[in-house]
Ligand binder design. Structure first.
Ligand SMILES: CC(C)(COP(=O)(O)OP(=O)(O)OC[C@H]1O[C@@H](n2cnc3c(N)ncnc32)[C@H](O)[C@@H]1OP(=O)(O)O)[C@@H](O)C(=O)NCCC(=O)NCCS
Length: 142
């Protein structure tokens, strides 16, 4: 029985294990040891986990900046993929964002991972013609 709920500290090791498994090529600044404490400082309720008898099997991190909502770290343990957990996580995050007044949700997919567009398309997301840019600010990883 997989439950979706808010992240709590006891899930840290499980989140770290899951992300290392499903995002093996992610840069160090995206690792749980940096990303989770930062998220706990900002809209912590928007970090959801899927848990199967205390084992973390999925995550989604969301944020609303007053203009757009964003989804990050959508991940499901390969052992339970294709059983609807990813769909439940995204829908739960969407519900939280909508409650905050959000009317548009964005997300990014890394180069080479375009296959997951099919997953998001089923949830109503469309590929939009945008160029994504980013700037790293000097300081500790974030
Ligand atoms: C993408 C991901 C979160 C999907 O989670 P999931 O729990 O397997 O998704 P669901 O079971 O809810 O899938 C719902 C539907 O989406 C589609 N879908 C899901 N994964 C897919 C994939 N890899 N390729 C194509 N379609 C996919 C299917 O239509 C699926 O329905 P079906 O199983 O009846 O065919 C999961 O594959 C994952 O963690 N991938 C690795 C991490 C990642 O790339 N995250 C996205 C970062 S942007």
């Amino acid at each position: 029985m997989i439950e979706i709920g808010a992240y709590r500290d006891l899930y840290f090791a499980g989140v770290d294990r899951l992300w290392r498994r499903v995002f093996p090529d992610d840069p160090p600044h995206n690792r749980a040891e940096f990303a989770v404490p930062e998220k706990m400082r900002m809209q912590p309720d928007l970090f959801l986990v899927a848990v199967d008898r205390e084992r973390v099997v999925g995550t989604v991190m969301a944020g609303y900046d007053g203009h757009r909502g964003w989804l990050y770290s959508v991940a499901v343990d390969p052992d339970v993929q294709r059983s609807g957990v990813g769909t439940r996580l995204v829908r739960a995050a969407e519900a939280q964002l909508v409650m905050l007044g959000c009317r548009k949700i964005n997300l990014q997919i890394r180069d080479g991972n375009e296959a997951v567009t099919a997953f998001y398309a089923r949830l109503g997301y469309a590929v939009e013609p945008r160029v994504s840019m980013g700037k790293r600010i000097a300081g500790p990883p974030a």
